[in-house]
Design a protein around this ligand. Structure first.
Ligand code: AHR
Length: 514
């Protein structure tokens, strides 16, 4: 036997195997189409928690930080860029302790109250209803307001919505006018409580349903020019008891009440209390949290099956109004402020979840990542007058063409990424026909060690867009180095009817097929 030839053959066959494994064919079924990917899937969540509102959004009109009526100009401008469709406010757990009357009227007359959920700090109430509505207007978003079911009354919630929405000259509307807004506000979404199975009062499913019927009846939208949807509290992760109870009640509802959606909360956390580091982690932690995040698929299927049983026409939306990575807090940050850095791993977490929502766009029609600024998986971090955009922000920016796009099926072999006993699909992809008429592809290479060459079969001459890569999967942007993780242009031209596009390890890529 010729030893050299044998070795060479082995090397060549090994190389060939690697090459084959690293090339994936992807077929865009451009002649087929699925549901609309609702732009509200890209919603945000801003709670009175830590430095999320105060410092992150609101600095007050007298601040030396450039602002418009107290709202930071830099943050508002960055949020306009990602076309935030809606903002959920004021919580979270905070919502079930919030009393809206504390947050209206002259700022210096508003009472200081407490925020027992989040660090026990003073809530100055300087950011209230009018400031929130000004904020969403400044960033071009719609309002999603959660009312206090846990410690408030149906009367208080009803009054708040009369105050905000009636065009008639009621006593509450006159107070609104005296506070600077004679025209009624337009509220797009009403959340009836928050996690009433937990921080919102530990209610049994049946008890919550009895509250839901009352609040859904009396919390009215009086602004006929601006329709509003009502969203009930739904499941906590995999627990199906609220899903069953709320959907059954909805199926048996009378004329006196109705809802348009139920909410699902699921965090990528890897066990409570959150212990996974936001920076300086290894491949095991990388793979573990990506696996955790992919549980979203199973949860949507589980709750979706129950919803299908009561609502086969899919009238009720599954609203994932809290999702994202919940990691160990930044060392030195205040307890209860839920501050964490945001790495390239978070970018993949964001993209994998958005892709999952898009694949279920017929049922999942709204979602809100937690949270917008300085809290959990944030878009933006601030430090006094400084601001940085996180890897997650860049994903939301790159995915803008998917807002209100029409889902287009893709066929590909996802392959496997294996680390120890953890096994994940190596590639994830979705396609959609954008409102701009273009065909868009969003691609995630989960493998942190190997690039993938995608052989795209599609009616196009080239793929052109942006890719988000990073030196390491735990790379972050800091105030001193804010562009370590930022999108770069990517382009590939068709040859022989195929477009070969290189996807870097642990990357997110969005391209138009032109
Ligand atoms: O997003 C932080 C908290 O997580 C919210 O206040 C609560 O609803 C959830 O448990």
């Amino acid at each position: 036997m010729n030893f050299r030839r044998t070795v060479l053959a082995f090397v060549l066959s090994a190389a060939a195997t690697v090459t084959i494994a690293d090339t994936v064919s992807l077929q865009v079924e451009a002649d087929k189409s699925g549901p609309k990917i609702d732009r509200h899937l890209f919603g945000q969540f801003a709670e009175h928690l830590g430095r999320g509102i105060y410092e992150g959004i609101w600095v007050g009109p007298d601040s030396s930080i450039p602002n418009t009526r107290g709202i930071r100009n830099d943050v508002a401008a960055a949020l306009r860029e990602i076309r935030v469709p809606n903002v959920r406010w004021p919580g979270g757990c905070f919502a079930d302790e919030y009393h809206w009357r504390n947050g209206i009227g002259p700022a210096d007359e508003r009472p200081a109250t407490l925020n027992p959920n989040w660090g026990g700090v003073i809530e100055p109430n300087t950011f209230g209803t009018h400031e929130f509505m000004d904020f969403v207007k400044q960033i071009g978003a719609e309002a999603y307001i959660s009312v206090n079911v846990g410690s408030g009354t149906a009367q208080e919630a009803a009054d708040w919505f009369e105050y905000m929405t009636t065009p008639q000259p009621t006593a509450l509307a006159k107070v609104r006018a005296a506070n600077g807004h004679p025209e009624p506000f337009g509220i797009s979404f009403l959340g009836i409580g928050n996690e009433n199975w937990g921080c919102g009062g530990s209610m049994t499913p049946d008890y919550y349903v009895s509250q839901l019927k009352i609040f859904a009846r009396y919390t009215r939208n009086y602004n006929e020019k601006h329709p509003m949807k009502k969203i009930a509290v739904g499941p906590d992760g995999g627990d199906t008891s609220y899903t069953e109870a709320v959907m059954k009640a909805w199926k048996e509802r009378t004329w006196a009440w109705d809802i348009d959606g139920i909410s699902l909360h699921y965090y990528t956390v890897g066990g409570w209390p959150p212990k996974y580091a936001a920076t300086g982690f290894g491949e095991r932690e990388y793979a573990t949290l990506l696996k955790e995040t992919l549980r979203m698929e199973e949860l949507i299927q589980t709750h979706g099956a129950i919803m299908d049983k009561y609502d086969p026409e899919k009238k009720i939306a599954l609203v994932v109004d809290e999702w994202g990575a919940w990691l160990a807090p930044t060392p030195g940050s205040k307890e209860g402020f839920l501050e964490q850095q945001n790495s390239q791993r978070d970018a993949l977490i964001a993209a994998l979840n958005i892709n999952t929502f898009a694949r279920h766009a017929d049922r999942v029609r709204m979602a809100n990542i937690a949270q917008m600024v300085n809290v959990l998986q944030a878009m933006i971090l601030t430090q006094q007058e400084k601001m940085l955009l996180t890897p997650t922000y860049h994903v939301f920016h790159m995915y803008v063409p998917f807002q209100d796009a029409t889902f287009v099926p893709v066929a590909f072999d996802a392959g496997r990424y294996v680390h120890g006993d953890i096994e994940l699909p190596r590639l994830d992809a979705i396609a959609a026909k954008g409102a701009d008429g273009k065909l868009w592809l969003a691609l995630v290479n989960v493998d942190p060690n190997r690039a993938v060459t995608l052989d795209i079969a599609a009616p196009a001459k080239r793929a052109k867009g942006r890719t988000l890569t990073a030196p390491r999967f735990d790379s972050v942007n800091t105030f001193d180095a804010p562009s370590v993780v930022s999108p770069k242009p990517i382009e590939a031209r068709a040859k022989g009817g195929k477009i070969a596009l290189q996807l870097a390890p642990h990357s997110v890529t969005v391209v138009a097929l032109e």
